[in-house]
Design a protein around this ligand. Structure first.
Ligand code: HEC
Length: 348
């Protein structure tokens, strides 16, 4: 059976107090750490998700604006040039905007991908994981976002994925069938990929990747700071409590314990000397207090005085009796001390 390594009976009150509070604090800290780090991790994920959602929505607004209003202005010229200019593609513009967004320190590790099962550019080919996300979005038309963690190229990533639904008829100029698409597009990208998209299709998932470490570290740091503050507050509280325990309880109890020890001794001498004793002076100080210990000290004082005066009476009576029995004692006028010695001798 488990045996506590410290003998509990030998522990002082303040040590017991410290150990019990310390154990409560330790359990509390472990529990708080678990709960806090979970909450912080959730909140860090929420923050990254919200940022990503805002970013994706901005990019989509930009894609539509470009396809609806800017590209038509240049259409004639763009479609007739022999070489396809990627700058005319809404998705290209979106990618460029995202790249300039990444120049900000906070977003430098963010990655953006239009992961499509049937992409125009093979670079955008959805992998197995991303294809599964697209299927989930297809099966759940009301689902607007998925997020979580995944491993990619030995790196742990946090992802936020959005469905990309084809709603803008202007997109079909290049993504319906190869015979409708600009000739220079076919020349550059070929007729095999990125076609036969239909309005209402989930054509891709827009996905933002952030290194998991970045998200988790944020949460970890917040948790650690909170726990640290908690520990400092607890440490100070424990110190103050220990000091208060000593000042308000242990120090007042000590003289009372000594007085009680002396009163309990069979030796009558000690109790009669008690009234002047140093401990009774300390008791005077404590008995001034209105709390329970003050009350106890007053009872002790009263008890000590009663015992002392009874003892005094007893000694006087004894002296009288001795004087009657032993006339020499009367002549010599025995001192109180001598009587005490006589009594002690008779006790032994
Ligand atoms: C001028 C022709 C053209 C128009 C209009 C156009 N796209 Fe594209 N789209 C392309 C080309 C070309 C690519 C490949 C670009 C690249 O190399 O990154 C592409 C790429 C994409 C991609 C990335 C996946 C992939 O296929 O590589 C998505 C998603 C996409 N387009 C959606 C749209 C949507 C939505 C619209 C309408 C708002 C739209 N496109 C309008 C030509 C066009």
């Amino acid at each position: 059976m488990f045996k506590f390594p410290i003998d509990r009976k030998r522990l002082k009150l303040s040590s017991k107090f410290t150990i019990i509070l310390g154990l409560i604090f330790l359990c509390g800290s472990v529990l708080s750490y678990g709960v806090l780090s979970h909450l912080q991790s959730q909140s860090a994920q929420r923050m990254v998700t919200e940022q990503s959602v805002t970013l994706i929505n901005t990019l989509n607004a930009l894609r539509d604006e470009y396809a609806d209003n800017i590209r038509p202005l240049l259409k004639e010229e763009l479609d007739t040039t022999p070489e396809f200019t990627p700058e005319t593609v809404p998705s290209y513009v979106v990618r460029q905007v995202f790249e300039s967004f990444r120049e900000q320190e906070a977003f430098k590790d963010y990655l953006y991908k239009d992961a499509a099962p049937n992409p125009t550019n093979p670079r955008d080919q959805a992998d197995e994981f991303e294809t599964a996300l697209v299927s989930t979005f297809e099966q759940n038309p009301d689902l607007v976002e998925l997020h979580g963690f995944r491993e990619l190229n030995d790196q742990s990533l946090y992802y936020v994925a959005h469905p990309l639904k084809l709603t803008n008829p202007n997109c079909l100029i290049c993504h319906s069938t190869p015979d409708v698409a600009p000739k220079n597009l076919i020349k550059t990208y070929g007729p095999e990929r990125g076609f036969f998209w239909e309005l209402g299709d989930i054509i891709a998932t827009q996905i933002i990747y952030v290194p998991a470490q970045q998200v988790l570290w944020e949460a970890q740091r917040n948790t650690l700071v909170t726990i640290l503050i908690f520990m400092v507050i607890f440490g100070i509280t424990l110190l103050i409590l220990n000091r208060l325990l000593r000042q308000l309880v242990l120090e007042p109890i000590r003289p009372m314990a000594r007085v009680a020890t002396q009163l309990s001794q069979p030796d009558l001498v000690s109790s009669s000397e008690l009234v002047q004793a140093q401990d009774l002076v300390s008791l005077d100080r404590i008995s001034g207090s209105g709390d329970e210990l003050g009350q106890l000290a007053r009872i002790f004082q009263r008890m000590a005085r009663v015992i002392a005066s009874r003892e005094q009476d007893l000694l006087v009576q004894l002296q009288n009796s001795i004087n009657q029995v032993e006339p020499s004692a009367t002549r010599g006028g025995l001192s109180l001390d001598a009587v005490k010695r006589l009594i002690l001798r008779s006790q032994n």
